[in-house]
Design a protein around this ligand. Sequence first.
Ligand code: SF4
Length: 411
Amino acid sequence: MVDAAPGALQPPAPKINLRRPDVMEAVQAQVLSHYRSGLVDRIRTQGQVGSADGLLTIKLAKEFGFCYGVERAIDLAYAARKVFPNQPIYILGEIIHNPEVNDQIRAMGIKSISGKEKNADVEDLKQGDVVIIPAFGTEVATRARLEQKGCIFVDTTCGDVMSVWKRVRQYSRDQVTSIIHGKAWHEETKATSSQTGSGHYLVVLTLAETDYVCDYILKGGSKEAFLEKFRGAYSNGFDPDIHLHAIGVANQTTMLRGETEEVQRRLKQAMAEKYGVANVKEHFRFFDTICGATQDRQDALEKLLANPLDLLLVIGGYNSSNTSHLAEMGEAKLPTFFIKNAAKLVSNRQIIHYNLHQQQEVTSENWLPQGRISVGITAGASCPNNLIEDTIRRLFALRGVEVSEVLGELA
Ligand code: SF4
């Protein structure tokens, strides 16, 4: 393999079919051995509940853990290693937002070329090197640079993310500014923003930010203050005095449904007030782009929270957007602990968990009430079942109960 001269365009890399039956059979066996949990499967078949009489009842949400997009991304990453056993393989950032899964990917010799755990650089890559694009997708410019180098892509971008891209591209074609409800620093939102091409976008995260935009639409204000407030969250050349006349809302796929609906409602109302209800269609559009898996997990948690519970454990990576929204939903109702693995259940008295407001791990004391208790459990779309199993085992152990006493020998 030869390194490309800077800027030289390489011939497109050949398309390689990773989804060969022999490859996928081996991959699925390996993935199951890494992430499956017999215990979780068993609890599922008995109606999501495991109970040690008089001590502890655990209730699992009906939908939790790996989503279809994550399963596909992991399968493809494992398949890449099988199909290219001796070739350098790189990944743009993290395959998904789960530290344990990312450790496994690293253990397969796959190097990261962006993000916190970066251990190689885009500019180090050569023609024919294999690059995995994670489930969140990647920015247009990054992909173009790698294409220029002649890299081979293993593209695991989730179809639901690509649906959002389709929407914002359409907005740009129609000269409508995309208002993206999401986290400006999140890989998915960065990738989505880049799809606006020569069009414009503005990312809003909170309802307070949405209200600020609505106020500006209705009353105007200081352009400098606006641009300063949203620094890093809008397109080059974005001018709030010019580019808020026609807007279209899209969202990061993993936002809270209720909040996204409220963002849409407030912006639509502002446009109706400004331009008149009869003209709102010319100035405002929206598409609900929350993915089915996120929605299912939020709905299932809502149902779980309708049960009498003493506390909720939410398991997943701390940088996982969909998981943090599950934790927010829990927090609004009962004591909720967002943990990344079972080791965080330090003892009956002490738990280490992620505080969403402080954006750091904190330690809480006396988290596990005495006496008979019910604990709700859910996990984000990037959390494998084996981590859920570890947590369940740890919880029963803290109550002095062997899981097999509760769930039978299979457990
Ligand atoms: S959370 Fe939704 S958008 Fe993200 S990978 Fe899963 S299914 Fe796709």
